[in-house]
Design a protein around this ligand. Structure first.
Ligand code: CO
Length: 209
């Protein structure tokens, strides 16, 4: 059967439930979206942006890819950031990684995975920048989790280095870029305390004059 009947049934039930608690919900939302947050996260099915922070449709603009990478050549991600910052005028950009990330693991295992290896090279670069930090760790899981964290920090920097974010700051806009990590084992988010809120907090090499 081509039609995924159960999904349509679930959708109907969900829409009914939402309408019962707020009859105008969909009509109001259909007129505009006004999210304060842009979420850049992993595609992993266990890390759904809205559910983790218990927010309804309309509250978070979302971009997800394997291992929450922000590459300066990725038109998809850059377009999302541009629209979120310049049109929706979000106040916060959250890069959210997660422990035990399969993309991070694949970037570390030195096996061939096909096309995706080109994507994972972004993460291998992060590993290379921090190589000495891994040498003291014995446990493979610890190494993966450290790279999960360092990758978030790197992608936060990549967001800040875009002309989009720098121009927003230059024009005096209030915009904070956050780095978070999610634990799929207990459902808890952790702030990595790498929040960046202005031009003076980014590296000289990348800062626009
Ligand atoms: Co992942």
């Amino acid at each position: 059967m081509r039609v995924l009947k159960n999904l349509f049934e679930q959708n109907k039930k969900w829409a009914e439930k939402v309408k019962q608690s707020d009859p105008g919900f969909f009509l109001n939302l259909s007129k505009q979206q006004n999210p304060e947050y842009l979420w850049i996260g992993c595609s992993d099915s266990r890390v759904p942006a809205n559910q983790i922070v218990d927010m309804p449709p309309g509250e978070i603009f979302v971009h997800r890819n394997i291992a929450n990478v922000v590459a300066h050549t990725d038109l998809n991600c850059l377009s999302v950031i541009q629209y979120a910052v310049e049109v929706l005028k979000v106040k916060h950009i959250i890069v959210c990684g997660h422990y035990g990330c399969g993309g991070i693991q694949a970037a570390m295992d030195n096996k061939e995975h096909g096309l995706i290896d080109n994507w994972l090279r972004n993460i291998k670069d992060v590993y290379r920048y921090h190589q000495t930090k891994f040498d003291t760790l014995q446990n493979e899981r610890e190494k993966v989790d450290l790279l999960c964290e360092l990758n978030v920090v790197e992608q936060v920097a990549n967001v800040c280095h875009t002309t989009i974010v720098q121009n927003a700051w230059k024009s005096g806009r209030e915009l904070a870029v956050h780095g978070w990590i999610y634990n799929i084992e207990d459902g808890i988010l952790k702030d990595l305390n790498v929040c960046i809120t202005g031009l003076n907090e980014i590296s000289d090499t990348h800062r626009l004059k």
